[in-house]
Design a protein around this ligand. Structure first.
Ligand code: MCA
Ligand code: AMP
Length: 488
């Protein structure tokens, strides 16, 4: 396989990465990553403390060059989730910034502090030949149990990024702006490896803010913006009072939203204020990107566009039968199944889950329900599992939060649902039966418990107290009954 990052070989003085005041040219990035890569060769797997910094980008690129899979970790990861990820992925070394304090569990691992300003020119840096070499292991939630490690190969990353480049006319002239976290596919694969594969530039905001976007996009030099719907919602809210952000968005070449559905209302507000259409693309940790609205095509709010180059997509009924082209009527709903070079290799240590994720004829079951228009455009209409919640663009399994709440001494029973939220898309709601009805645990104590064990984005935003959970004859919790307002 050819190089994942041809521009690193050229090692020019063009800017590659900017994180606040920290900037790296391609030559500087090549020096830093090539100096680090040989130190990772015997690590087996490399954990990366994935703060939104240049150190994270250098660490991941070095691991890719070494051919050693990188496991990006949420720097706010809680105790229980971290223990699971470390137990499952067994990294031989952890990469961090020199100033990072690492939590117990990680602090005991051999540590390498990533240095971004390496002065000496290291030996020329090679890359693994085999496209199937695992490049990343990204943890993603399922409905029950702890997150699964999705093994992504060099082949999948290259294929998906190149298909996006075709769909978006993404080149080395583009300057990408975003404030996405670097421990998921959106921020890391699309948002960091994407511009580096093109030989373009990334300007990372450190974290999302309307002010940051306004400063870097448009007159700031940024040509493209990536974000989750919550970020576009916050922009849509700000635009009517903020001429500077209107100017920035208007001047950008491409605004892309993904990770969850962008409500038509937000599409329309952004279009009304700026004349610009937000392009939606649809992907998953396991599949990287599947579809996108093409740059320059007619605006289609609510559509995730067409299958990307190399991606096959079909709809299947409940019984597994495949819907034919006659069902492309914009109404007939089926589960979206995909096949292509963009797909993951396996769930780490989970051959059972890997096998269950594919049909007998080798298509990946996404669990997303969709329709296709007559011209093939895809619209996502929901998910098969109600126990998967999308909040702020993060996928969160109800089961992992329920198990964590049940560990709290003051909780007897717990159920978790997602409720519509204008900002987050869905808001996590915990339904709790206290151990002592006279002394129910405080909502913020339960939120702090979940934050400390799992991650802050998995914390319940609201807690509702009940004397018993509604259950069917088999003892299964009736989540539908929980959502009825009469019970609130
Ligand atoms: C709040 N915080 C707490 C607590 N409460 N910390 C500890 N304990 C607590 N009880 C902290 C948070 O860590 C955070 O700190 C700050 O308070 C605010 O947090 P929060 O309320 O969670 O912020 P938010 O307003 O909900 O954030 C919205 C957001 C965020 C910025 C849109 O949800 C986000 O970054 N989403 C991106 C998700 C994403 O990248 N998804 C991609 C996966 P601090 O502010 O310092 O952090 S999907 C994917 O990859 C597929 C392939 C795809 O299709 O893209
Ligand atoms: P994750 O597993 O965190 O990678 O999340 C993947 C899921 O996000 C998909 O299965 C979809 O349910 C959802 N998703 C991603 N992009 C979109 C989009 N543009 N519209 C609707 N849902 C999306």
């Amino acid at each position: 396989m050819s190089a994942l990052f041809p521009a690193l070989r050229a090692a020019s003085d063009r800017p590659a990465l900017r994180f606040g005041a920290d900037t790296l040219t391609y030559a500087e990035l090549a020096r830093a990553a090539c100096a680090l890569a040989p130190r990772l060769l015997t690590a087996g797997r490399v954990a990366v403390w994935a703060t939104p910094t240049a150190e994270t980008a250098v660490g991941v690129v070095a691991a890719l060059l070494a051919g050693v899979p990188a496991v990006p970790l949420n720097p706010r990861v809680g105790e229980r989730e971290l223990a699971h990820i470390l137990g499952d992925s067994a990294p031989g070394v952890v990469l961090a910034g020199a100033a990072d304090a690492l939590p117990a569990g990680l602090a005991e691992l051999p540590r390498i502090d990533v240095v971004t300003g390496t002065a000496q020119v290291p030996a020329p840096c090679s890359e693994p030949e085999d496209p199937e070499t695992p490049a990343l292991i990204v943890y993603t939630s399922g409905t029950t149990g702890p997150p699964k490690g999705v093994v992504l190969s060099r082949r999948a990353i290259a294929a998906s990024l190149d298909a996006l480049a075709d769909a978006w006319a993404w080149t080395d002239a583009d300057v990408l702006v975003h404030g996405l976290p670097l421990f998921h596919v959106h921020g890391l694969v699309l948002g960091v490896l994407g511009p580096l594969r093109r030989g373009g530039e990334l300007r990372h905001l450190g974290g999302f803010s309307v002010e940051g976007v306004t400063k870097e996009l448009g007159d700031g030099g940024g040509t493209m913006l990536f974000g989750v719907p919550t970020m576009y919602h916050r922009l849509a809210e700000a635009l009517p009072h903020d001429p500077a952000s209107v100017r920035s968005l208007t001047k950008a070449r491409l605004l892309v939203s993904g990770s969850a559905a962008l409500p038509v209302h937000d599409h329309e507000r952004i279009r009304a204020a700026t004349g610009r259409t937000v392009v939606e693309r649809y992907g998953m940790t396991e599949t990287l990107m599947n579809t996108s609205v093409l740059v320059g095509s007619e605006p289609r709010p609510g559509s995730v566009g067409l299958p990307l180059g190399g991606v096959e997509l079909r709809l299947a009924e409940e019984d597994g039968s495949v819907l034919g082209a006659e069902a492309y009527d914009g109404e007939t709903v089926g589960e979206i199944q995909v096949r292509g070079p963009n797909l993951f290799s396996a769930y780490l240590n989970r051959p059972d889950a890997t096998a269950a994720a594919f049909t007998e004829d080798g298509w990946f079951r996404t669990g997303d329900m969709g329709v296709r228009e007559r011209d093939g455009h895809v619209r996502i209409v929901g998910r098969k599992a109600t126990d998967l919640i999308k909040s702020g663009g993060y996928k969160i399994g109800a089961g992992e939060i329920e198990n964590t709440l049940l560990d709290h001494p003051d909780v007897r029973e717990a159920a978790v649902t997602g409720e519509p939220d204008p900002d987050l898309g869905e808001r996590i709601v915990a339904w709790v039966v206290p151990a002592d009805p006279e002394a129910p645990p405080a909502a913020d104590a339960l939120a702090a418990h979940v934050s400390a064990q799992l991650a802050p984005h998995k914390r319940p935003r609201e807690v509702r107290y009940l004397t018993a959970l509604p259950r069917n004859d088999m003892g299964k919790v009736l989540k539908k009954a929980l959502r009825e307002p009469s019970r609130g």
